[in-house]
Ligand binder design. Structure first.
Ligand SMILES: C[S@@+](CC[C@H](N)C(=O)[O-])C[C@H]1O[C@@H](n2cnc3c(N)ncnc32)[C@H](O)[C@@H]1O
Length: 511
């Protein structure tokens, strides 16, 4: 049988878009076999996959059943008959696919209870789900969990809920899902339901170099769950080696034995795991009693609604002959700041490169008071239909831009190794690529101490505790989350910062 060690590779942007619509990313064999190993336990039986696709789990089931001499039967569903053709190309027989029904799992799921469910469900984010489908999903969530999950839950979350509801007593489920399953707004309600009604055996994350879906911007996790009394502890592991048998053998050993450098595993308390987030490592002693929000306030950068119109180069402003007093110096892209500090020199280089650094900053003065050049520019904006754009239409008048005080620090909140604090020596105003970080005490000594704290490696490493994770180690941090960044006591002491009394409301950081 042909081994598949890569996800289905889209050849063009268009093809990738079409795959996204259907959520067709195939699971590599080394992961599929580990997942089937768990649901088959040592008995084998009937395997059900609600989203069969090219049949990764069916192939894996045949391998595991043969290796262990177990009985095995296969059934499942897929909405797309063409995907099954691919399953045959990868070595499955027509007979293996006999019990695969073509249809929507969330509408026509099996009526009987199941003993072994395994899936890589379609990862279709909420904004791609049609409104009518969302209504059905709300009902499904209510029927299964007793609550309506936050509307940002994607289709994969409902595959999980529906599949868990179909498990018979003692039945097992293994799902590979993106990290938003534990980080999204809906995650608290979802995991409350799961932890009360099921037994979470293990969660596996992947080191950036060992991702099952390299170059795809999701951070996948594998969840191993049983329909049984819940337990107070579960296994949490990071798989550091891809395309080998170690993942499968580790599952076969009951999550116990693996070569040291290929798996890092811990026993964690369920309560801690759910509070920290199952995609994140356990809180270590590094986290102390202080949070960044004790020292700073965080606000997102300016959203213009039309950067092409509001954010201009020096040359454009000269050509338009609009007086400089209507602009402030600003920074747009994180790529425009390669270093840990924005200085006058940074701005000079950007200007030489023809990058925009001037933000039109109008306070809504009477239109008649503006110079003719500016009036003409605004009228051009009206002709372009800018006042009707979603964000701009909420402003009165439409050209009045958001106001920000100059933040002494910026935070580049989205990226791989690039998530970082930046000292704003050039006193610019950031656009939405950055967060504005305002110290609560503006004394120079305090600001200098704070800079040491923000740049400390232990502070930076705690970002993983509060960010949303994407593929290849990328993290995204929202303003409120950044204020919840734990700052280790040792870092505060090292910087000799007069620590404020911790605010009780901020002691409970998660949930
Ligand atoms: C991420 S792929 C996984 C396929 C395969 N099990 C694997 O792991 O490689 C998800 C599959 O779900 C199918 N799908 C999408 N929406 C579905 C739905 N509502 N019901 C059943 N299958 C669906 C897609 O056609 C796709 O084949």
């Amino acid at each position: 049988m042909q081994k598949v060690n890569a996800y289905k590779i889209p050849s063009s942007g268009e093809a990738r878009e079409s795959l996204r619509e259907k959520g067709q990313f195939w699971t590599p064999d080394w992961v599929a076999e580990a997942m089937v190993e768990y649901v088959f336990a040592n008995k084998g039986g009937s395997l059900f996959d609600p989203a069969v696709g090219a049949g990764a789990f069916f192939r894996a089931a045949k391998v595991i059943a043969t290796e262990k001499g177990l009985p095995c039967s296969l059934s499942g569903m897929d909405i797309d008959a063409k995907a099954l053709d691919e399953a045959c190309q990868y070595g499955l027989l027509k007979d293996d696919l006999r019990e695969v029904k073509i249809g929507d799992f969330l509408v026509q799921s099996p009526k009987n209870k199941l003993s072994a469910i395994v899936a890589n469900p379609p990862y279709i984010r909420h904004h791609r789900i049609p409104i009518e489908t969302k209504e059905k999903l709300k009902r499904l969530s209510m029927e299964s969990t007793g609550t309506i999950l936050d509307g940002r839950a994607g289709l994969h979350i409902y595959f999980l809920i529906r599949s868990l509801s179909l498990l018979e007593k003692g039945g097992r489920l293994a799902f590979i899902l993106p990290a938003d399953t534990c980080e999204g707004k809906f995650a608290t309600d979802l995991w409350l339901w799961i932890s009360r009604n099921f037994c979470l055996d293990a969660v596996v994350t992947f080191a950036p170099g060992a991702s099952p879906f390299p170059r795809i911007d999701t951070n996948p996790l594998v969840f191993f769950i049983r329909k049984d009394q819940s337990k107070e502890q579960f296994i949490w592991a990071t798989c550091c080696e891809s395309k080998t048998e170690t993942f499968k053998l580790w599952v076969r050993s009951g999550f116990a034995v693996a070569p040291e450098n290929s798996f890092k595993s811990y026993v964690r308390d369920l309560t801690e795991g759910l509070q920290t987030g199952l995609s994140r490592p356990p809180m270590t002693e590094k986290a102390g009693k202080y949070f960044l929000g004790d020292f700073v306030k965080v606000v997102r950068g300016v959203a213009t609604g039309a950067n092409d119109f509001f954010f201009l180069t020096d040359e454009q402003v000269q050509q338009l002959e609009i007086p400089g007093k209507y602009f402030v110096r600003a920074i747009g892209r994180t790529r425009d700041v390669a270093t840990a500090e924005i200085t006058q020199e940074t701005l000079d280089i950007l200007r030489q490169k023809g990058r925009p650094t001037l933000l039109l900053a109008l306070n809504g003065e009477p239109f008649d008071k503006y110079p003719e050049t500016l009036k003409r520019y605004l009228l051009d904006g009206e002709k372009l239909g800018l006042p009707q754009r979603p964000l701009i239409s909420q402003r009165r008048p439409w050209y009045k831009t958001e106001v920000r005080r100059m933040p002494p620090f910026l935070f580049a909140y989205l990226g791989r190794r690039n998530v970082r604090f930046i000292r704003n020596t050039a006193k610019v105003i950031p656009l939405t690529g950055f967060l504005c970080v305002y110290p609560k005490n503006e004394a120079q000594e305090f600001v200098d101490c704070l800079w040491k704290i923000l740049n400390h490696p232990d502070t930076i490493s705690n970002l993983a505790l509060i960010g949303k994770s994407y593929g290849d180690g990328a993290v995204k941090v929202e303003p409120r989350s950044l204020e919840k960044l734990p700052i280790p006591d040792s870092v505060i002491e090292g910087a000799a910062l007069p620590a404020p009394a911790p605010a009780p409301a901020q002691l409970k950081i998660f949930g």
